[in-house]
Ligand binder design. Structure first.
Ligand SMILES: [Zn+2]
Length: 234
């Protein structure tokens, strides 16, 4: 076989391997980004649940302070009962006492309701945290797998690129430029196998004379339709 043709075939082979690896890795950064944002979402969910829990606890403390203040007032009213001089004052004090007792009962109910809400929110928070730990472990594993794959692929690509550039020095400048032009125009594929009397890339029928020449693999021949270098694989 023509030496230059052989070199072009090897060159194309390396090029294709490189593009395959690039294709398999080019979505990895995006996938990692997605995994990170899934974790961020879960973290945010936990933070929001914690904020709500904090608000609920603050509300409960406020209610408890209110109850405390009301109880103080109540004991004041009760002690006033012993000091009243008229029936009217007595009735008024009783009314104040009843009002304070009613307010205390209402607030205590609210405290109880609040405590139930707090308990629910605490349970939800725990559930979210457990879910997060599980998810985090899973995501970190997936992420490191992807990172490992990407770095291994990159090392392979680097090796192939090195091989390619060494090979490239053996290909005459003009041929190398021609290869570059065709590869750019033809989606990275500058070579095509000739088989069954046609170019296997564009499927155009080759002239019998051209095909006969091709079968010797002695000349650098390009497809008259797609311009790719043709070779006969036998
Ligand atoms: Zn063709």
């Amino acid at each position: 076989m023509n030496t230059h043709l052989q070199l072009l075939i090897s060159f194309q082979h390396l090029d294709s391997k490189i593009s395959q690896l690039q294709e398999r890795t080019h979505e990895i950064p995006e996938s990692i980004e997605e995994l990170n944002s899934t974790l961020d979402d879960s973290r945010r969910e936990i933070e929001e649940a914690e904020t709500l829990l904090g608000e609920e606890n603050a509300r409960r403390r406020d209610l408890e302070l209110d109850v405390e203040a009301l109880r103080e007032q109540l004991s004041k009213y009760r002690s006033q009962l012993t000091e009243v001089k008229t029936n009217k004052e007595y009735q008024a004090a009783l009314h104040e006492i009843a009002t304070a007792e009613g307010a205390i009962a209402t607030k205590e109910d609210q405290v109880l309701e609040g405590m139930m809400v707090i308990e629910e929110k605490e349970q939800l928070g725990e559930k979210l945290k457990r879910g997060f730990e599980h998810k985090e472990k899973e995501i970190l594993q997936k992420r490191s797998k992807l990172e490992k794959f990407a770095s291994e692929a990159q090392a392979q690509i680097d090796g192939l690129e090195k091989e390619k550039s060494q090979l490239g020095t053996q290909i005459p400048e003009e041929l190398s430029q021609q290869y570059g032009k065709i590869a750019t125009a033809r989606n990275g594929l500058a070579l095509a196998e000739a088989k069954d009397q046609s170019c296997q890339a564009c499927h155009v029928k080759l002239r019998p004379q051209l095909f006969a020449e091709l079968k010797t693999n002695q000349e650098i021949i390009t497809c008259e339709n797609c311009n790719r270098f043709l070779y006969w694989a036998g």
